[in-house]
Design a protein around this ligand. Structure first.
Ligand SMILES: Nc1ncnc2c1ncn2[C@@H]1O[C@H](COP(=O)(O)OP(=O)(O)O)[C@@H](O)[C@H]1O
Ligand SMILES: [Mg+2]
Length: 505
């Protein structure tokens, strides 16, 4: 937008009853104090917004003379197109005119808003307006026209590792989402890490309390194998002895059984030997004949012979077994058994040591697991810390680059866009414009004008908006750089009536 003022008509506006201004590239307004110089730019801000040049509500109704209707009309060229705007005030009611057509306030305001943003226009028109705004508005107005540095640009300027890591993460999430994710993970892993550390500590303490086994496991096993071998050999020996002793006792009990039979047989002998041969019948008591007596005798002889054969056979069997037993040997194995017990008991400490070993190994395995868990928690924790640090660095660098970018627009002014928190070192938006190390509020009138002109020129260039600008009280400044756009200079000249000269530069 390029706005050029052509002609201003002021009727019954404050001290001005009827005044016409024909603007040039430079318009010089001179005159003594209170001749109405400042009222001229004021009539323009009133026309557009109903305010003075600092944006405050203004009632321009004349106080020193009778007035019918206040009317301000400005013919301006907006991007080469003429536009005649008018605002009137009659009996407290406002009238609006667009190209002499009475219009509604909405239509009028719409036309004005389409020309330029109010804060931008007033900042460009009145060099002290910008500094009268709240710092957040000042900052927003400047930043509106300065693009923030691209992520890529910021990443490039970070330490390599931070830039690379954050660059990869930013492909998936925004910076603020990343910050949320890693803040949460950090506090989660912080807690987890503390728990993991105490678990490892507890397990290690348990490990320390286990009996120390100094001998290597393999040698313990070899020793135990040797003991087992000895025990096995002794047991074999013992088993053989036991087998053989079982055979011995078997023969012994066989002999005993035969001996019992022999003893019984011996008892029968006297009965048989002393058996009387009867010569009379037992029932009828008649003498038996010789033949019958002989038969009885023969029967007795027979039984005696049978008894003897049987008895001798028993004796013979016993003797055979006795001979067999004589050949056999009873082995005393109690010593072997004792030896087995004693050798086996030598294995007890070895078995205990091996048991302790496996307990140790199991616990060691748990310690390893816990340490692994601890390590991965720490890694995740450190990663989040690294990302959060990188985000902080990113924001700081972004702020720095943005500040540089803004600063590059100025020549004598220095601009601060951020302030760093004392606690967490975060960069927070802030705004301060200084000239030669002094804030605007501390500048003299002429310094303030110079600062204001430099700032409005920057705004003009950045917003690609050219408007006229007025320098009031110009007598207090010896020289200043010609600003962009039409210049209206109000200067006091002692003893002089109001004089307005539009000059083409
Ligand atoms: N509503 C008003 N009606 C009439 N005169 C006014 C009104 N408001 C201010 N004035 C007077 O208008 C005169 C011009 O003021 P101003 O434009 O500030 O003069 P300058 O800038 O030339 O010193 C002053 O005398 C001031 O008191
Ligand atoms: Mg003045």
């Amino acid at each position: 937008m390029h706005a050029i003022y052509k002609e201003l008509k002021v009727e019954e506006f404050k001290s001005h009853q009827d005044l016409t201004v024909n603007f040039g590239e430079v318009t010089e307004i001179t005159g003594d104090n209170a001749k109405g110089k400042s009222t001229i730019p004021e009539s323009i801000s009133w026309l557009l917004y109903g305010t003075d040049t600092l944006g405050s509500k203004l009632d321009p109704t004349p106080l020193t003379y009778e007035s019918e209707q206040t009317l301000v009309q400005l013919l301006l060229s907006a991007d080469g197109k003429d536009l005649l705007l008018g605002r009137g005030l009659k009996k407290g009611k406002t009238q609006y005119y667009i190209n002499e057509v009475p219009s509604k306030s909405g239509e009028f305001n719409e036309i004005v808003d389409q020309l330029f943003d109010k804060d931008l226009f007033l900042s460009l028109f009145n060099p002290s307006y910008f500094f009268s705004m709240h710092w957040e508005k000042q900052r927003a107005l400047i930043m509106q026209y300065v693009t923030t540095p691209a992520n890529k640009e910021v990443l490039k300027n970070l330490p390599e590792e931070q830039g690379k890591h954050l660059g990869t993460l930013l492909k998936k999430h925004s910076l603020s989402d990343l910050e949320k994710i890693h803040k949460e993970n950090k506090s989660k892993q912080d807690k987890k890490y503390i728990a993991a550390q105490s678990r490892t500590k507890t397990l290690k303490e348990q490990l320390d309390q286990l009996p120390k086994v100094t001998a290597p496991l393999e040698s313990l096993k070899v020793e135990l194998r040797q003991i087992a071998k000895q025990v096995r050999e002794l047991e074999e020996h013992y088993d053989k002895a036991a087998d053989s002793n079982r055979e011995y006792t078997k023969v012994q009990s066989q002999i005993q059984a035969i001996q019992d039979q022999i003893d019984m047989s011996k008892e029968r002998w006297p009965l048989l030997k002393n058996e009387v041969i009867e010569d009379t019948c037992r029932t009828c008591k008649r003498p038996l004949d010789e033949e019958s007596v002989e038969a009885v005798q023969a029967d007795k002889d027979n039984r005696i012979a049978e008894y003897k054969a049987n008895h001798n056979e028993l004796l013979e069997k016993r003797n055979v077994l006795k001979a067999k037993l004589a050949e056999m040997e009873y082995i005393d194995a109690s010593e072997t058994l004792e030896k087995i017990r004693s050798i086996d008991s030598e294995g007890t400490p070895l078995r205990e040591a091996i048991q302790a070993y496996s307990q140790f190994e199991r616990l060691q395995e748990q310690v390893n697991e816990a340490e692994k868990g601890e390590k991965s928690t720490l890694e995740s924790l450190n990663d989040s810390i690294f990302v959060l640090d990188s985000i902080k660095a990113f924001k700081a660098k972004e702020a720095e680059l943005q500040a540089e970018k803004v600063q590059a627009l100025f020549t004598s002014l220095s601009v601060r866009l951020f302030k760093q928190n004392k606690g967490d070192g975060e960069f927070k938006p802030d705004f301060e414009i200084e000239m030669d190390g002094k804030p605007y509020s501390k500048l003299s009138l002429s310094e303030g004008i110079r600062a204001g002109l430099e700032l409005r020129d920057v705004l003009s260039a950045q917003s690609e908006t050219i408007t006229p600008v007025f320098v009031d009280n110009a007598e207090s400044i010896t020289s200043f750089k010609q600003p962009v756009g039409q210049l209206i200079i109000c200067r006091v000249v002692a003893g002089q009536e109001l004089k307005i000269e539009g000059k083409d530069a």
